[in-house]
Design a protein around this ligand. Structure first.
Ligand code: CMC
Length: 436
């Protein structure tokens, strides 16, 4: 952390003593005011529900400039990673800090590939779920259960354990997501095929059956790989912060990642792509492109709770760079599948155009986010809607682990323990039951 020459001074209107607070500069982005000694110096806490103005940690992994619409993993623009690298190279980058050279890529790919199978016992655990269980309920359970299967990688304070847990999680998530899917449709699980790529293997485990040969389409494989890259990390979002907080108690990595999966499940976080797709279906059912005007009117109506799903973002106040890449992939996938005239895609394009020209959206800086097109791509690939968030969890696992390992490796790390503004009853005595 680089201290700035500028310092912040906190003064109190009641004449209390001023407090000088250090300011630190990052490589990019806003400076931070260090308030760690504030309580000791003033007996006061800061109040910031939702972390609107609070940096919860130091990190060197992902950087977002919301005004410019820029997303960097370890300094590399997402556009360059999505066009020049594959997901496993991105995993190497997020985990170890740099892109692999050819030899490192081979070694890393081999390492991940060697761990794609899950313990055979896992399928009996899976059988405990109802067939109609939500895939995220299954994933929360299965990922947490991994701590019961891999005892040699549960010590979060041991760097070797952390590394092998990271590889196991990255390697086994696709197997688990595909197993959850196969279980809900009643088809036999397909074992991983290690001569396929990471994304190709996932497609195989999802869509192959033991009865027929399944050929992985290179276009769909590339599309899925891109979905994985675009979702791999996104700085200190809700699920990542959950993983950090959970891991800060010293719990094992599988338990911490299971906490992240549970957080991601929420509709305000991982569920937006599903909501965006359902919104397009609804407009389609109501009459399609002609009904966009009416729909936009509802969205702008202060008295309605209708939102243009897949639009707007807490951090991006410009076009989400992932949305541009996803739109490109969408065209490619629909072209490959002969769905160029897909009415849902046409509807999405028309909706986007109208919204981007509308004063309501322009003045509020509301632009398409990654979820606007990712649902259309996943639906075209054949992924069922309830599985969308599980795919997000699969892709985000590497980001969660990189962030967790960064925190544990930091000599200054402490258990996360926020404080509160207490508004409940002051101290009182328990009365005998007859007098209450
Ligand atoms: N449709 C219509 N109006 C919107 C939308 C939208 N999608 N998003 C924001 N607004 C309006 C909002 O009503 C408010 O208007 P006003 O100033 O008149 O009250 C203004 O824009 C600011 O909105 P906000 O809710 O204060 O913005 P926020 O930064 O707190 O919310 C958001 C961000 C993502 C929750 C919100 O934009 C939203 O609900 N979008 C739709 C859901 C969605 O697509 N979510 C996916 C996010 S990307 C996934 C990821 O990166 O994890």
């Amino acid at each position: 952390m680089k201290a700035s020459e500028t310092k912040a001074t906190l003064s109190f209107s009641n004449g209390g003593q001023n407090v000088e607070l250090p300011i630190y500069k990052g490589t990019m982005g806003p400076d931070v005011i260090d308030i760690r000694k504030l309580y000791a110096q003033t007996g006061m806490f800061t109040y910031d529900p939702g972390f609107m103005s609070t940096a919860s940690c130091e990190s060197a992994i992902t950087y977002i400039d919301g005004d410019k619409g820029e997303l960097l993993y370890r300094g590399y623009p997402i556009e360059q990673l999505a066009t020049n690298c594959d997901f496993l190279e991105t995993c190497h980058l997020l985990l170890y800090g740099d892109l692999p050279n050819a030899e490192q890529k081979t070694t890393f790919t081999k390492l991940v590939t060697n761990h794609t199978m899950v313990n055979e016992q896992m399928q009996f655990f899976l059988r405990g779920f109802r067939r109609d269980a939500h895939p995220m309920a299954i994933m929360t359970g299965l990922v947490g259960a991994m701590s019961a299967f891999y005892h040699d990688s549960t010590d979060i304070t041991n760097p070797k354990h952390r590394e092998i847990a990271a590889i196991r999680l990255i390697a086994k998530m696709p197997t688990l997501v595909a197993m959850a899917y196969k279980y809900t449709v009643g088809q036999p699980y397909m074992y991983p095929k290690n001569d396929l790529s990471y994304a190709g293997n996932f497609l195989h485990m999802m869509f192959a059956t033991p009865c027929e040969e399944y050929k992985v389409s290179p276009v769909l494989e590339r599309a899925l790989d891109r979905i994985f890259i675009l979702h791999a990390d996104h700085e200190q979002n809700a699920s990542t912060s959950t993983v950090r907080l959970c891991g800060s108690s010293g719990t094992n990595p599988f338990a911490a990642i299971a906490a992240g999966v549970a957080c991601l499940w929420g509709p305000a976080h991982g569920g937006a792509n599903e909501a965006a797709l359902n919104m397009l279906y609804d407009i389609q059912k109501a009459g399609g492109v002609e009904k966009i005007g009416e729909f936009i009117k509802q969205v702008k109506d202060k008295n309605s709770s209708v939102k243009l799903m897949g639009f707007g973002h807490r951090v991006y106040k410009n076009y989400d760079p992932r949305a541009k890449l996803m739109q490109e992939t969408c065209r490619e996938v629909l072209g490959e599948l002969g769905l160029e005239n897909d009415p849902l895609f046409k509807l999405a394009m028309a909706l986007e155009k109208i919204a981007l020209e509308d004063e309501y959206f322009v003045s509020r800086k509301l632009y398409p986010n990654v979820d606007f097109y990712s649902g259309i791509v996943q639906r075209a690939i054949g992924i069922p809607v309830p599985l969308f968030t599980a795919i997000f969890a699969l892709a985000r696992t590497v980001g969660w682990i990189a962030q967790l390992n960064e925190m544990i490796g930091d000599p200054d790390y402490k258990i996360g323990r926020p404080r509160q503004l207490f508004e409940g009853s002051s101290k009182r005595d328990v009365k005998p039951i007859a007098q209450r």
